[in-house]
Design a protein around this ligand. Structure first.
Ligand code: SAM
Ligand code: SF4
Length: 335
């Protein structure tokens, strides 16, 4: 059956079409990565968090407005009870081309098969280091072996693509970029390196000191790998290079050194139901309030989303050398 074609109705003041939605389905996580969370996080009370049904309704509304790709993320999406059913429901929305998730990998050993069955096509797994002690230091509570087993399980169920995401921090894991690329090559995976973004106040970690640019990473990799620039995009902000002689692509997400806002095609739904028009600004619209004040009124919900495009900012305002102006953590935002 041919899926219904929905017109692209989400266009902002700068002529950018929004066809990609990232949804944070929980602010909770079994890890406490140093760049993402404070050590002692307070999580949201249940009443403030969207229900799974509300998230599903919102996904349908966005798809009917022309969104073609949904990424489910968090927090750690796979620790939310009912996450699989939600993914199955979103996976059944005909007009979506792609349902993808971002995970820390801790639950994949047991959930990879079910995720594939639910319709998840591509999966991003965060892995910043292959050294067990460093992994513990960066994630505070994570277990490297558990994540490596999870990656292995994901490989065995044949997702279209598996990509490793690594946030690179100077003097913590910058020495490992070559090992991480070699791991990706050996396992037939892609990998993206991410410059840290100043979201939320994180303790015991100076973001300015930890900054390690994509250009530095490229220089480091040039010692051992031949990287050829490609024009390939996967609908996100990564710029890709092919590792010569392999299937692996190396991406760079460089909010500081290479602003990607001109081609921004995405918005984010926070776990509290706030539609966030830009990762690096606070412009948002409260969709939970609309849903709860007007249950079942799809027309009003969709019009609110269309109108929200008018406040999508031109670009992010990140500055790692200043105290964060964005007090929301990545885990609430839907990274
Ligand atoms: N828990 C899942 C995970 O870690 O993959 C999904 C949510 S996590 C917030 C999504 C991505 O955001 C991860 O790849 C993580 O490394 C990245 N991230 C978190 N905080 C960040 C920050 N301050 N700057 C850049 N990337 C960050
Ligand atoms: Fe959890 Fe992912 Fe944030 Fe790490 S980056 S604390 S795994 S949400």
């Amino acid at each position: 059956m041919t899926p219904p074609a929905h017109p692209t109705l989400l266009i902002d003041r700068f002529g950018r079409t929004v066809d990609y939605l990232r949804i944070s389905i929980t602010d909770r996580c079994d890890f406490r990565c140093v760049y993402c969370m404070a050590e002692d996080m307070t999580f949201l009370p249940r009443a403030q968090v969207l229900t799974l049904e509300e998230i599903h309704t919102l996904a349908i509304a966005f798809a009917e407005l022309g969104v073609k790709k949904i990424r489910v993320t968090g927090g750690e999406p796979l620790v939310r009870k009912g996450a699989l059913e939600l993914l199955e429901n979103i996976g059944r929305i005909d007009s979506l081309n792609e349902l993808v998730i971002t995970t820390n990998g801790s639950q994949l050993e047991t959930m990879a098969t079910a995720l594939k069955a639910a319709g998840v096509k591509r999966i991003n797994i965060s892995l910043d280091t292959l050294d067990a002690d460093k992994f513990k230091a960066i994630t505070r509570t994570g277990d490297l072996q558990q994540v490596l087993r999870g990656i292995h399980a994901a490989k065995s169920v044949d997702f279209e693509r598996i990509k490793i995401n690594a946030v690179i921090l100077k003097d913590r894991n910058h020495q490992e970029v070559g090992d991480l690329v070699q791991y990706a090559v050996d396992n037939g995976l892609d990998i993206s390196f991410i410059e840290e973004m100043p979201l939320g106040v994180v303790s015991r970690h100076d973001r300015s000191d930890a900054y390690y640019s994509s250009d530095l990473i490229k220089n480091d990799l040039a010692h051992n790998f031949s990287l050829v620039a490609t024009l390939e995009k996967t609908g996100g902000p990564s710029n890709y290079f092919k590792v010569t002689g392999t299937q692996t692509r190396v991406g760079f997400i460089s909010p500081h050194s290479d602003n990607f806002c001109g081609s921004c095609n995405r918005v984010r739904l926070t776990v509290e139901g706030r539609l966030l028009l830009c990762l690096g600004n606070e412009h948002s619209v409260d969709l939970k309030a609309v849903l709860r004040a007007h249950p079942g009124d799809m027309a009003m919900l969709k019009q609110t989303i269309i109108d929200a495009m008018q406040i999508k900012p031109e670009k992010h305002e990140f500055n790692i050398h200043e105290q964060p102006v964005i007090l929301r953590y990545m885990s609430m935002t839907g990274g």
